[in-house]
Write a protein that binds this ligand. Structure first.
Ligand code: FE
Ligand code: FE
Length: 193
């Protein structure tokens, strides 16, 4: 991976994403890089995964569904009803097909960035957290505390985000992917050991 690859990908994304999503994307890229510095992760992979995590976010629901059908990407019941959730699966597919990125850890970080999963790698945690705390985010509760915690105790920040996300989904009556709950319980148990 050469540094001009990052530049090329950034340039391509600027064309396919809307302004707001592009700003968010660059925010996640730099926040992920900073977290990788803090925790001794691969900085380039953090930048790559940060850049590409929402590369399929600006597609319509119909387009996401048809792409999944065309490329045999599985669609669960919740995704069928909330197709925007598919941007993670389609995004990891695009990362390989369109952007020629094949590092398994990067692909997994894109794939799991909306729900997390039990047993995440360092990079997966970094992208999940950077997505939530990047500077452009304004509205999440406890954001100040979570931002501070992210640079002190990564797993603690992860748990705070999962907890707030579940609460938010419950309060708003939105449907929750069971994986988010599963991830929360896994890290809750882990935090008690
Ligand atoms: Fe996303
Ligand atoms: Fe995002």
């Amino acid at each position: 991976m050469k540094s001009n690859d990052l530049r090329k990908i950034r340039k391509a994304l600027k064309k396919t994403l809307d302004v707001k999503r592009f700003e968010h994307t660059v925010g996640v890229e730099y926040t992920a890089a900073a977290l990788a510095m803090r925790y001794g992760g691969d900085i380039k992979n953090a930048q790559l995964a940060g850049l590409l995590h929402d590369c399929a976010k600006c597609l319509s629901n119909d387009k996401l569904l048809s792409l999944c059908e065309k490329h045999n990407i599985s669609i669960n019941e919740i995704e069928r009803k909330n197709p925007f959730l598919l941007h993670a699966k389609v995004g990891s597919f695009f990362a390989m097909e369109e952007y020629k990125v094949y590092e398994a850890d990067v692909i997994n970080a894109i794939l799991n960035h909306t729900t997390g999963r039990p047993g995440m790698s360092l990079l997966e945690k970094i992208i999940f957290i950077a997505d939530y705390i990047e500077p452009g985010r304004k509205h999440a509760p406890n954001l100040k505390e979570i931002r501070e915690t992210a640079f002190i105790d990564l797993d603690k920040a992860l748990l705070m985000i999962l907890k707030d996300t579940l609460e938010y989904l419950k309060d708003s009556g939105a449907e929750c992917d069971p994986m988010t709950e599963k991830t929360y319980l896994y890290y809750f148990e882990e935090s008690r050991q």
